[in-house]
Write a protein that binds this ligand. Structure first.
Ligand SMILES: CC1=C(CCC(=O)O)c2cc3nc(cc4[nH]c(cc5[nH]c(cc1n2)c(C)c5CCC(=O)O)c(CCC(=O)O)c4C)C(CCC(=O)O)=C3C
Ligand SMILES: [Fe+2]
Length: 315
C-alpha cells in the first residue's frame, strides 16, 4: 500500500537571507513602498549589529521546518508528511509554497504558522493568503490557528524560565521580576476583539503557574514607528518604571511571542533593552529561544497531525 502524502505549509514572517536583501524585504513589508534612506539605514544597522555579515536567521527557520518534518515522520510513519515553507515577506512567499505543493502532486495539506498566538494581523493574514491560493489551485487545505496553551509548548517555555532564573545569584533570586513579552500590534486590533492579547496572557499565566512565579507581568516590544498608536506598555518603559518606582533590580525577559532567534530577540532585547538595563543599573537576562527544541517540534507535529485527522474524518 502506498503511503498517503500530506503537505504541510509552514508559514512565518520571513527574514532576509543577506544584508543586500534588506531593502527588498523592507519594501515588501511596506506594501511595495520603498523605505526612505534613513529607514533603510536604521533597519540595516540593526541586522548588521546582530549578524556581523553572517546571516543565521533564515537558517533558524529552515532548521525548524526540517525538524518538524523529521518529527512528523518519526511519530507517524504511516503517513508521508512533506513540509514546505511559505513566508509573508520573503521568498518563497506563502503563495509560492502552496504552488509548489500542487506542482509536486500534493492533494491535501495542513497550514501552520511559526507563531503560537493568533492575531488577525499576523496569523490571520498568513492563513488568508494560503487559503486564497489553495482555493485558486484546487488544493484541499486546513489550518492550525493557534497553539498557545499546548502542554508541550508550556513545558518547553517553563523549562527555559527555570533555567534562566539560575543565572541570578542567591541575593537576587528572592526578587526577580519576570516579564513575558510579544510583538506589539496597532491598538486598533482591540476594537476588532482580536484574541492576541488574551492568548498571550494565557500563555504567561500558564508558565507562571508551572514555575510558581508570583512576581511577573506582561510587556509589549518592537512596536512600529507609525502615526497610529500601538499596544503598550513597551518593555523599555516598563524597565524604567519598575526600576524607578518599584526599586526592581533583577529582570528576566521571556519573549513568548517569538519561537526562534529573530531580530526582535537578538537586537531589540539583547542589544537595545540590555543597553537600557545597564544604564538603569538593572541585571537583565532573557530566556533562550525555542529554535528546534524537541518539545516545540512535538508541539507543531501534534497540532498539525490533529488538524489533519479532524479534516480527514469530516470527508
Ligand atoms: C505580530 C508580529 C510578529 C509576531 C508573529 C509572527 O511571527 O508573525 C512579527 C514577527 C516578525 N517581524 C519581523 C520583522 C519585521 N517586522 C516589521 C514590521 C511589523 N511587524 C508587525 C507585526 C509582527 N511581526 C507589524 C504589524 C509590523 C508593521 C508592518 C506590517 O504590518 O507588517 C519590520 C519593519 C521594520 C520595523 O517595524 O521594525 C520588520 C523588519 C520578523 C523577522 C525578523 C528577523 O529577521 O529575524 C519577525 C519574526
Ligand atoms: Fe514584525
Amino acid at each position: 500500500m502506498t503511503k498517503r502524502r500530506v503537505g504541510v505549509l509552514v508559514m512565518s514572517y520571513g527574514t532576509p537571507e543577506s544584508l543586500d536583501q534588506v531593502e527588498a524585504y523592507y519594501t515588501h513589508i511596506r506594501r511595495g513602498h520603498p523605505p526612505t534612506p534613513e529607514q533603510l539605514h536604521e533597519l540595516t544597522a540593526r541586522y548588521e549589529a546582530i549578524v556581523g555579515g553572517f546571516f543565521p536567521l533564515r537558517e533558524n527557520t529552515n532548521k525548524q521546518v526540517k525538524g518538524l518534518e523529521d518529527t512528523l515522520r518519526a511519530e507517524h510513519p504511516e503517513v508521508e508528511f512533506v513540509c514546505y515553507q511559505g513566508l509573508k515577506h520573503a521568498q518563497p512567499y506563502v503563495e509560492d509554497g502552496v504552488e509548489q505543493m500542487v506542482k509536486d502532486g500534493i492533494t491535501e495539506a495542513v497550514g501552520v504558522v511559526l507563531a503560537p498566538h493568533y492575531s488577525t494581523m499576523s496569523v490571520g493574514g498568513y492563513v488568508k493568503r494560503a487559503k486564497d491560493k489553495a482555493e485558486e489551485l484546487g488544493l484541499k487545505m486546513s489550518f492550525v490557528l493557534d497553539y498557545h496553551l499546548h502542554a508541550k509548548l508550556i513545558d518547553a517555555l517553563s523549562t527555559r524560565v527555570e533555567k534562566a532564573l539560575t543565572k541570578f545569584n542567591d541575593a537576587e533570586r528572592s526578587d526577580i521580576r519576570v516579564i513575558f513579552t510579544a510583538h506589539s500590534l496597532p491598538e486598533k486590533i482591540l476594537e476588532m476583539k482580536d484574541p492576541y492579547p488574551d492568548q498571550l496572557l494565557a500563555t504567561s499565566k500558564a508558565i507562571a503557574e508551572r514555575v510558581q512565579l508570583t512576581n511577573w507581568q506582561f510587556g509589549w516590544q518592537s512596536a512600529g514607528q507609525t502615526a497610529m498608536p500601538w499596544l503598550g506598555p513597551d518593555i523599555l518603559d516598563v524597565l524604567k518604571q519598575i526600576q524607578k518606582e518599584e526599586g526592581v533590580k533583577s529582570v528576566l525577559l521571556c519573549p513568548i511571542g517569538f519561537v526562534s532567534d529573530h531580530l526582535e530577540v537578538l537586537y531589540d532585547i539583547d542589544i537595545e533593552a540590555q543597553a537600557l538595563a545597564k544604564e538603569l543599573g538593572l541585571h537583565l537576562e532573557r530566556t533562550e529561544s525555542l529554535n528546534t527544541d524537541p518539545l516545540y517540534m512535538q508541539t507543531l507535529s501534534d497540532v498539525v497531525y490533529t488538524k489533519w485527522q479532524e479534516e480527514s474524518k469530516q470527508s
